[in-house]
Design a protein. Structure first.
Length: 403
């Protein structure tokens, strides 16, 4: 009986440990971090800073975490570097991986490092995908989106990190033929390649998401002109829906909940909600919102409401099912948004870090403090792991105790 109980306990606990040991882009792309016991308010000057590191170089990529190691990238003198830290902030390793984006005023690294099964995956702003061994940091294989898939770079450098599903590494190069591609995560060999809805559809900055609860499990991607769904088993195009703006740019990760996909866009177009029908083989438009229209900050669903900001001002709460705007508020600047332990965390483009209580009736800021370290734009998405809030501001990585 004791052995049976032990086996049952391990069956429950070990998967939870495995989930907690990996933090990737917006945790699991939902923006919700599986933490409990976090502080429900902060001191006036903010929570205690445990450590900080100056010297990352320029960039906006967020932290990812795997087996007690932090991974983040930075740009220096035209090159991209991978930094590996332990949880105390000690720099364990630093390697150069290749040329990085320096072609406009927003110089630096973009894509969050992904990891799985002893491998790290880095995508540079100049469209190169690198696969490294996690322990030795030896390069195992690489791809070049322009040479291998015939695609052109986006206006402000490549952004979206790849999506890992089982043995597949999903990328979205766009271009005339290879809209969505599934690679073998170990070898880099092509499993399938999917041509999208239109031959000239370009990549839209955003990373793909995986939907598993439909009759046809699928990858959803926001390309330059369409949102589309692809059968993950063979790469067949299931559906597409026109959605574009004057620059054909869509940097935000789509959100999925209860059979509905929300795509947030900008430049006057706003967001669109689609409902999957016929087991995921088709979609229909549910509503559109001009309020949810931020360039890079993403949205965050909490219960039956979704929170997000506009293109330049105002935070909004919108009813997930109907698209009705519950309120608009300018208390803090627009920016990025995540959630944990029933609370919302907002990092504004003005450098404000705010703890917000989800409330469809009003924008309820509980605590906030200013990020004074670091350089350039406040664009990197915050990360929460084991009661610590990680904030990257350009050249500086900071760790705050919030538990």
């Amino acid at each position: 009986m004791i052995m049976k109980r032990l086996f049952f306990t391990l069956c429950i606990v070990l998967p939870l440990i495995s989930l907690q040991a990996q933090i990737q882009w917006r945790n699991d792309r939902t923006g919700v971090y599986n933490e409990t016991g976090l502080m429900k308010s902060w001191p006036a000057n903010g929570p205690e800073m445990l450590w900080h590191f100056n010297g990352l170089g320029r960039g906006h990529s967020s932290v990812s975490i795997n087996k007690e190691k932090l991974y983040v990238t930075g740009y220096t003198d035209g090159k991209g570097y991978l930094y590996v830290f332990d949880l105390t902030g000690k720099l364990l390793n630093k390697i150069e991986y290749g040329t990085e984006w320096d072609s406009d005023g927003y110089v630096g690294t973009r894509s969050t490092v992904m990891h799985d099964d002893g491998k790290l995956y880095i995508v540079s702003g100049v469209m190169e995908l690198f696969c490294y061994d996690t322990e030795s940091l030896k390069l195992l294989w690489k791809k070049n989106y322009a040479k291998d898939y015939g695609t052109k770079n986006t206006a402000h450098g490549w952004n979206g990190p790849p999506l890992l599903v089982g043995e597949k590494l999903i990328i979205a190069p766009g271009g005339p033929i290879h809209h969505i591609v599934a690679l073998n995560k170990t070898t880099g060999e092509t499993i399938w390649s999917s041509k999208g809805a239109a031959e000239n559809d370009i990549a839209g900055y955003a990373t793909c998401i995986y939907i598993s609860d439909q009759q046809v499990p699928q990858v959803v991607a926001m390309m330059g002109d369409h949102i589309l769904g692809v059968d993950i088993s063979k790469g067949n195009l299931l559906w597409s829906y026109p959605h574009t703006n004057r620059f054909r740019e869509h940097p935000n990760t789509p959100e999925y909940y209860n059979g509905m996909v929300l795509g947030m866009s900008d430049y006057g177009v706003g967001s669109i909600m689609l409902r999957l029908t016929n087991g995921g083989r088709n979609v229909e438009k549910v509503w559109a919102s001009s309020d949810l229209s931020h360039k890079t900050g993403n949205t965050q669903r909490m219960g039956n409401y979704v929170y997000g900001s506009g293109e330049r001002t105002n935070w909004h709460c919108v009813d997930w099912m109907t698209g009705k705007t519950m309120y608009s508020d300018q208390t803090i600047g627009v920016g990025t948004i995540i959630a944990a332990d029933g609370m919302i965390y907002i990092y504004s483009e003005k450098g404000e870090m705010a703890l917000v209580k989800p409330n469809p009736e009003k924008f309820e800021v509980i605590s906030k403090f200013n990020i004074t370290l670091g350089t350039e734009q406040h664009w990197a998405h915050p990360v929460i792991y084991k009661g610590v809030l990680y904030i990257r501001h350009g050249d500086t990585l900071m760790a705050y105790k919030i538990k």
